[in-house]
Design a protein around this ligand. Structure first.
Ligand code: PEP
Ligand code: MN
Length: 337
């Protein structure tokens, strides 16, 4: 940790800061510049609350130099984490696409969409059975029936499947049907759920909370990793900002930031990030160019009749076009799709 003192900090204030740091167990390296004193506080305490020092008189700024997240950090593990799914690995050189409807609506719907996304080159089929809807009056998903239909479609078209879990009490039920658990934006800091997902042996995709910083997001991953499940990957899905032109603001720079700070694969979901069909394709292309390990894209065979998120679902022809473009971009950046 680095503590920068104010230019006019009095000697007693500097001594007081040093005393506090020593009391908290840090060794001190004091560096006196021409204008300012900087103190290196040496000792690994990732959980140390820097506010304890920031509030002291004479302190200008405090910076942490070790990652707060341990298991999720690149400092802990240099190589990319690879998560095997079917005949590919998330986090490898291959860009993997997850596609499908927002929600499973019927057998006919999920079978038709599974065929469309498989033919276009997706490797993983998505479909919500328990939907986190803002309004209690909106379609909440088909529940276990939806899980059965999703698995049936995955089996039929040889696609792995992913579905959202909202309730720690449903881990066992959903485990029976899914290959990957999706932890949604609204539940990114549902700590009992994070701990339960740490006890399973299937991968978990953590969507970024809509008001979560990258530190918050990595700490959510930390909960699952610390509970014993190493198969964790992340998905940027847009954050809430003052901008209202799109549903959320797609934080594209989160992708290289995560890749520098963490070994976990990072995906991008331009569907929920933008919320508008014609903005999904350009932002999906951008995400791939920025280095995302994969995409999550909502696709519907009849978006006008979709029971949720129809306006952001790509039409089958658009999804085909996007997948062609993704393959080309992948080649340019030395990856495959
Ligand atoms: C979803 O993927 O279906 C979903 C609800 O996304 P998010 O949690 O990102 O809002
Ligand atoms: Mn959706």
């Amino acid at each position: 940790m680095i503590v920068v003192l104010k230019k006019l900090a009095a000697d007693e204030q500097v001594d007081n800061v040093i005393k506090h740091l020593e009391d908290y167990g840090f060794a001190i390296h004091k560096s006196t510049g021409e204008e300012q004193i900087i103190i290196g506080a040496i000792g690994i305490q990732p959980d140390f609350d820097t506010r304890k020092i920031k509030i002291l008189d004479g302190v200008s700024a405090v910076y942490k130099v070790t990652e707060q997240s341990r298991l999720a950090s690149r400092e802990y593990k240099k190589e990319n984490t690879l998560i095997k799914i079917g005949n590919t690995s998330l986090g490898s050189n291959e860009i993997v696409t997850i596609a499908g409807p927002c929600a499973v609506e019927s057998e006919e719907q999920i079978m038709a969409i599974a065929k469309i996304v498989k033919d276009a080159g997706a490797k993983i089929l998505r479909g919500g059975a328990f939907k986190p809807r803002t309004s209690p009056y909106s379609f909440q998903g088909l529940g276990e029936e939806g899980l059965k239909l999703l698995k049936q479609a995955g089996d039929e078209f040889e696609l792995a499947v992913i579905t959202e879990i909202m309730d720690p009490g449903r881990v066992e039920l959903i485990y029976k049907y899914t290959d990957i658990f999706q932890l949604g934006s609204r539940n990114m800091q549902n700590f009992p759920l994070l701990r339960e997902l740490g006890r399973v042996d299937k991968p978990v995709m953590i969507k970024r909370g809509m008001a979560a910083t990258i530190d918050d997001w990595l700490m959510a991953a930390e909960y699952i990793l610390a509970s014993g499940n190493e198969k964790v990957f992340l998905c940027e899905r847009g954050i809430r900002t003052f901008e209202t032109s799109t549903r959320n603001t797609f934080d594209l720079s989160a992708i290289p930031v995560i890749q520098q700070r963490s070994h976990l694969p990072v995906f991008a979901d331009p569907s929920h990030a933008t919320g508008i069909r014609d903005k999904v394709i350009p932002m999906a292309r951008a995400a791939v160019a920025a280095g995302a390990d994969g995409l999550m894209i909502e696709v519907h065979n009849n978006p006008a009749a979709a029971m949720s998120d129809g306006p952001q679902a790509l039409l089958p022809s658009q999804f085909n076009e996007l997948m062609d473009q993704v393959r080309k971009i992948a080649e340019v950046i030395g990856r495959k799709a």
